[in-house]
Write a protein that binds this ligand. Structure first.
Ligand code: CUA
Length: 335
């Protein structure tokens, strides 16, 4: 057993134990709380079965062992026992019912169609290899990578994908749901606390599946309303970012919208300066941006963005270091 202790430690590390913003065991909303209850319930039932079976097993081992003086004889043969058969059929049925009733109940609750519900905030999620697009149809805005939501409000997610099957998962807020091209899955989640949660793609979708992360930024309703207003107001470009804006228009605008509702082949970058992440996985900094714009394949292999540095292999437009710095200045002005 002792040999396995380091293995358990490694498992705990790999499962991301301890990070409260991505743990299904530390629920931060009502859906996640319900699901944790189901996990505890099923774990409790399994533990009960294991304990009972092991106790009976050990008892039989000791009670019916070959004792000194026993002759090597075959023990008494029993063929069929109605009482025993009824007991070991009925007990599992009861246990399964205890597990099934709340599970089915919760499943239908989460899948409840909130598309017609005026109280819920609607967010259309489109998964792309390897990034996330979030549209708020009732608010007239779109964003990417950072999903901003108000706290204590049902968020009705309409999940779909543009290319292959992905899966939308925010462990702190509730279980995952597949995003399938050509159809829409609907379910809802809710955050109780103001925080930033981690989200992940949970369906193997290509070379950078493991890097297909996003953030969920939850804020009070008033702050959320402010964020929406900011997203709708056209960004004023400061003088020092004008050169970058020009370069952006010539090189990036074909794929990246910078207005409230625009959608394109790449993430909408409206309000980019206040996002938590660069490309969904790098911390937000000039250094990360430089790395990403210069040679995106070195960060997220297999993604569709071409390289833009004269030093990168096969750049679409070989830009100089200074020009990339100008683009970064412009991106940082998109508040
Ligand atoms: Cu998208 Cu895995």
């Amino acid at each position: 057993l002792w040999r396995f202790i380091p293995l358990f430690g490694l498992m705990a590390l790999l499962t991301g134990c301890g990070d409260e913003t991505i743990s299904a065991l530390k629920p931060r909303g009502p859906v996640a709380e319900d699901q944790l209850f189901l996990m505890k319930l099923s774990f409790g039932i399994m533990l009960l079965v294991v304990v009972v079976v092991f106790v009976i097993y050990l008892y039989v081992l000791v009670r019916f062992r070959k004792k000194k003086g026993d002759k090597d004889i075959i023990p008494k043969q029993v063929e069929g026992s109605h009482t025993l058969e009824i007991i070991w059929t009925v007990i599992p049925i009861i246990l399964l019912l205890i597990l099934a009733v709340p599970t089915v109940q919760y499943t239908f609750k989460v899948l409840e169609d909130h598309r017609e519900n005026e109280d819920a905030l609607h967010v259309k999620v489109t998964a792309h290899a390897f990034w996330w697009q979030f549209e708020y149809p009732t608010l007239g805005i779109a964003t990417a990578q950072d999903l901003v939501i108000p706290t204590n409000k049902k968020i009705a997610f309409e999940l779909t994908a543009s290319d292959v099957k992905h899966s939308f998962w925010v462990p702190s807020l509730g279980g995952k749901m597949d995003t399938n091209p050509g159809s829409t899955n609907v379910y809802y989640l809710e955050a109780s606390d103001v925080d930033v949660f981690k989200g992940k793609c949970a369906e193997l979708c290509g070379a950078s599946h493991a890097l297909m992360d996003f953030k969920v930024v939850s804020m009070e309703q008033a702050d959320f309303d402010q964020w929406v207003a900011k997203m709708k107001a056209p960004a004023a470009v400061p003088a020092e970012a004008k050169r970058g804006e020009e370069l952006f228009k010539n090189n990036c605008l074909a794929c990246h919208a910078v207005n409230a509702q625009g959608l394109g082949a790449g993430p909408n970058l409206n309000g980019f300066a206040s996002r938590e992440l660069v490309a969904g996985i790098l911390p937000h900094s000039d250094e990360s941006l430089k790395k990403w714009i210069s040679d995106p394949q070195s960060v997220k292999p297999g993604n569709k963005m071409p390289a833009f540095s004269e030093n990168a292999p096969n750049p679409m437009t070989p830009l100089k270091d200074q020009e990339i710095d100008d683009i970064i200045k412009y991106l940082n002005s998109l508040k």
